[in-house]
Design a protein around this ligand. Sequence first.
Ligand SMILES: C[S@@+](CC[C@H](N)C(=O)[O-])C[C@H]1O[C@@H](n2cnc3c(N)ncnc32)[C@H](O)[C@@H]1O
Length: 271
Amino acid sequence: MGSAELPAFGKREGEGVRLLNARQDAVDEKSSTRPGNPPPPDPEEVSRMFGRIAGRYDLVNHLLTGGIDVRWRNRMVRAVAGTRPARVVDLATGSGDVAFALRRALPDHVEITGLDFCRPMLEEAERKKAARRHCPNLKFAFGDILQLPLDDGAADAVTISFGLRNLADRARGLREMRRILKKESGRLFILEFTQPARWMRPFYFPYLRHVLPRLAGCISGDVSAYRYLNTSIEGFPPKEQITEEIETAGFQDVRAHPMTGSIVTLHEARA
Ligand SMILES: C[S@@+](CC[C@H](N)C(=O)[O-])C[C@H]1O[C@@H](n2cnc3c(N)ncnc32)[C@H](O)[C@@H]1O
């Protein structure tokens, strides 16, 4: 799939992303240089890493989470369906699990576009799509969240599941998400790992640090990719900061719904 193959909503014209106000610059700095946190991920490294594990990505996900990941994504999909969108963009779509779940939950006429900047992940998504009999109005295309190939106001809903954590510049990514949403009515849905509830930490962190990379390494053959998963989850800010960052990007009615002892949070907002 080439970068020339763009989603149905049209190619974004013009360069650069608007800065909403000076407060955003402060958050830019805060979100990428918080002391004691790992440096922001390098986009090329991230894309290469997901490219290496693309073939086993779904299997490892389901095994490592005991299948709860499906429930987390379904909760987000139900929330999206409740807003009755006509056009949905799933960012960081990876192998397309959210996009396929959206396809099952929404009427056939709803246009769904899955975007990612890792071609092997997109190839997995295309392979899964080809294996399905009925998959109308679902497209996958190359797209970088920091410079989305979509017009302003192109979408009624934007979803991103386990992708926000990987962005080199979260503030810019959030502004891009707002730009492509219809003003006032457009809705953002972010599913992401968060800092767990206190009671969960004695079990969760040892699992994340010691069990997960080894287990995932055995299945995928790539221990380093899953060490990155561990450090990126542990270094990710608490949901209160993510709420603040979403608000600073210009969104309104920002809400956070923690799940499974706050391992994961569904963030919702209006553009
Ligand atoms: C952990 S996977 C999530 C896949 C899928 N959304 C899911 O729920 O399983 C993260 C995905 O984000 C993509 N990604 C990271 N940064 C990106 C960016 N700047 N633009 C587009 N995709 C990006 C990666 O290529 C990868 O496929």
